[in-house]
Design a protein around this ligand. Structure first.
Ligand SMILES: [Zn+2]
Length: 366
């Protein structure tokens, strides 16, 4: 299909979407816009309880389903329209590449496929999903998995740029850890337990823990913030850290959890609060289909751009299907830079080629 003829329509759709603020957990307005768009394209679209705009295509009561999604939410908390401008062949707007351009392409692709009049041999869900970014904690994807469960055969998320295919999930767990002690005067009560000294010891233990090793995996941890204490002459009553660990391997995540719990168990007066969890890789239920998705993704991007994308790991909406063993793939359709910054841009000419990549890839799955 000659997608250049859709370049103008696609750009206009992107601009329209960009103008609707959609911080994580507040995607309602953008979701409503997407539902309306899908309905005008002929789908029985609806919004679920997690702000996902869902357009089912040939989904019966029982048939297997392939999910195609792009997320509506942005990392920016703004609730007023974000600034948008086009200059030197680039469209600048916070969130434009992560993930609004991919969302616009997914929506137009859905409309064009529906117009072709073909009937997919199984069920398809086009989803403009919510809650991908930090605070969203994969809320939209979790809801899709909960609703459609075992019926989901394959799951594709269009996200970020087309230089990479994300073929593995990086799982993570995040905690707020607080130590409280009695404290006291630094001179008069000298010798009493200090929350800061205890926390320093705990951090030392975290950094001395072994990193679980397995072939082709990467596991990391980090104490990202620290705070506490009252004054220079007070034995600290309270100290707090934010701690996370990550891995692209589920077993390594489990080991990190065990090690953390062993360390924490040694400290009295400790409170631990989970502030986020993204599951890692589970055991794939259909390795042949997983391989096919990767090959198809490579081929479609190569056909559109002449370049073969690199295989990589990341934390994306596909963490959910990957953790459940559902064959999944996450890749972007456009050329972009500056994700999660206010200088983010998408190359205007990459929109039409992105549409052809999406159509080529979706055709291979239906
Ligand atoms: Zn994204």
């Amino acid at each position: 299909m000659k997608t250049e003829v859709y370049a103008k329509e696609l750009k206009e759709l992107l601009m329209e979407l960009c103008r609707i603020p959609a911080p994580s957990l507040h995607e309602e307005e953008r979701a409503r816009f997407c539902v309306e768009y899908f309905r005008r394209a002929g789908f029985d679209a609806f919004c679920d309880g997690a702000n996902n705009a869902i357009a089912p295509w040939n989904v019966t009561e029982t048939n297997p389903i392939t999910v195609f999604m792009a997320h509506t939410d942005t990392v920016f908390p703004d609730t007023s329209p974000l600034p948008i401008k086009e200059e030197n062949g680039k469209i600048y707007c916070p969130g434009v590449g992560d993930d609004t351009a991919n969302l616009a392409i997914l929506m137009l692709a859905a409309k064009l496929l529906k117009k072709e009049g073909i009937v997919p041999h199984e069920g398809i869900l086009f989803v403009a999903n919510a809650g991908e970014e930090g605070l969203g904690n994969l809320r939209g994807s979790r809801k899709i998995a909960e609703t459609y469960g075992d019926r989901i055969k394959a799951w594709i998320s269009f996200d970020l740029d087309r230089k990479q295919l994300f073929v593995k999930a990086v799982g993570s767990a995040r905690y707020r850890v607080c130590i409280e002690t009695e404290g006291g005067h630094s001179y008069g009560d000298f010798g009493k337990e200090s929350a800061i000294a205890l926390m320093a010891k705990l951090i030392g233990e975290l950094y001395a823990q072994p990193i679980p090793q397995a072939p082709d995996t990467k596991t990391t941890f980090n104490v990202g913030t620290i705070s506490g204490g009252t004054s220079v002459n007070t034995i600290a009553q309270k100290a707090e850290i934010l701690y996370e660990y990550r891995s692209d391997d589920g077993t390594c995540l489990d080991i990190m959890k065990e090690q953390m719990e062993e360390i924490f168990a040694k400290y009295k007066g400790l409170t631990v609060e989970s502030v986020g969890f993204r599951p890692g890789m589970g055991k794939c239920k259909n390795p042949a289909l997983q391989e096919k998705l990767i090959r198809d993704g490579e081929a479609s991007v190569r056909k559109g751009t002449g370049n073969t994308p690199q295989q990589n790991s990341a934390s994306t909406d596909c963490n959910i299907p990957f953790s459940l063993g559902i064959p999944a793939l996450c890749f972007g359709l456009v050329t972009m830079e500056g994700a999660h910054t206010r200088k983010e841009w998408v190359e205007t000419s990459s929109l039409a080629t992105g549409l052809s990549i999406a159509l080529d890839f979706i055709h291979k799955q239906i």
